[in-house]
Design a protein around this ligand. Sequence first.
Ligand SMILES: [Zn+2]
Ligand SMILES: [Zn+2]
Length: 124
Amino acid sequence: MRMTKQRIQILDIFKSYAKPLSAEMIMEKLPDDALNLSTIYRTLETFYDEELISKSTIEHTNYYYLNDHKHHHYMICLSCHKMIEIDCHLHEFEEQVAKAHQFKVTHHDMTLYGYCHECQPKAS
Ligand SMILES: [Zn+2]
Ligand SMILES: [Zn+2]
């Protein structure tokens, strides 16, 4: 993948905001007229294909976040979009089901959605 100036700009935004970002949110954080929304969408899909970022969907909007090398999962608050990093406990389960179905697992994905402690009173 070619690292253009625009791609570096988008990656820098992900590095400075440790929370999931939608294409619109990235657009707002970029300097005026730097990129149009469809270029941002295309770039995000490229990053996703290259496994640089992961994606979760909240109410029909895709939110993207950086993949770092340590494997973990996230709980995402539907109200404030806070991300809480959680350890992965799926590897043993993955081995069991893969063996039972003679399936070769390459990777997995899991996101928990709900309301964080601060947002629970508002959500109920
Ligand atoms: Zn919250
Ligand atoms: Zn995992």
